[in-house]
Design a protein around this ligand. Structure first.
Ligand SMILES: [Cu+2]
Length: 301
């Protein structure tokens, strides 16, 4: 457990709907050293693809949630694009429309950006976290690295700075199809640590469904504590999670303040994972100007 458990300095998104109240012990699981890029290996398909966007309208003012809807609280992630090419970089264009149906152009900056964008394949490989640019008319362009064949879910998280959604944190998503022959990768098995780029990431913590519980990430290298983490998006590490089966999204907010290029080795997060099952966690942290992405599977029973 980390002792530096500070109140979150960033607004805490209600990114995960509180579902069951039962306590969930979390077995922290690690994968191999996958950094999330989906080179396919044979094996059982990790999951069935989620092709349609289930409607989650009617959730009322609680606009956030698991992010599986394209529309919530009157706001819509709108795009004419349902297909993206395989094996090459591509741009995904979209707008965020408000209750009046018009593109929203005013957003509150969160973790240095007006909008955060994620791509994840249905088998929870291929994680991408990018920051699209917005044209004056509210059209966003997300630059995506090469995608593999299959179904991908694309998430946008944002906070309108005016209108009925002002100050509300939204996470919306749509799916796109990448043509070709899909090959799923089985979700890596549970473990408590993983290694990426020579860094060992270890997780400790216990979670309860729908409630914020501390999750501590400890980063070491060659057995020694890492203390030169650089701020990335105003934090020492950025942690997102996706639920196996439906691809539900969670952003785990840091409770360790970033105060210079000497972060680490222990970082604390509010972990809110509302659903039981396996979640794939993607931890992004920066050292010496290089961004590292560690992927770890967490089992919530
Ligand atoms: Cu971001």
């Amino acid at each position: 457990m980390s002792s530096s458990f500070l109140p979150s300095s960033s607004r805490r998104r209600t990114a995960v709907a509180a579902l069951a109240a039962s306590a969930l012990a979390v077995t922290l699981a690690a994968c191999g050293s996958s950094s999330g890029d989906g080179s396919a290996m044979p094996g059982m398909p990790g999951m069935t693809t989620t092709s349609a966007m289930p409607s989650m309208d009617g959730m009322g003012a609680m606009a956030s949630g698991d992010g599986l809807a394209a529309t919530s609280g009157g706001y819509t992630l709108a795009s004419a694009t349902a297909t993206l090419p395989a094996g090459q970089v591509s741009d995904y264009r979209f707008t965020i429309t408000g209750p009046d149906g018009k593109p929203v152009t005013g957003f509150t900056v969160d973790q240095t950006k007006k909008l955060h964008f994620y791509a994840i394949r249905s088998d929870l490989t291929g994680f991408q976290h990018v920051h699209p640019t917005m044209a004056a008319d509210g059209t966003w362009t997300a630059p995506l690295a090469a995608l593999t064949a299959g179904t991908w879910r694309l998430f946008a998280t944002f906070t309108p700075d005016s209108g009925s959604g002002r100050g509300t944190d939204f996470v919306l998503s749509r799916t796109v199809t990448v043509p070709g022959r899909p090959v799923d990768t089985a979700l890596p098995a549970a473990s408590t640590s993983t290694t990426v780029d020579g860094y060992t990431v270890t997780l400790t913590g216990e979670l309860m469904a729908g409630m914020a519980h501390p999750l501590t990430v400890t980063i070491t290298r060659d057995g020694k504590p890492v203390t030169d983490l650089e701020p990335y998006l105003d934090t020492y590490a950025h942690l997102t999670a996706f639920h196996q089966g439906d691809g539900a999204f969670a952003h785990l907010h840091p409770t360790t303040a970033a105060t210079g290029a000497h972060g680490g080795p222990a970082l604390s997060f509010h972990a809110e994972l509302a659903k039981s099952g396996d979640w794939r966690l993607f931890l992004q942290f920066q050292t010496a100007g290089t961004l590292h992405t560690a992927a770890i599977t967490v089992h919530v029973s």
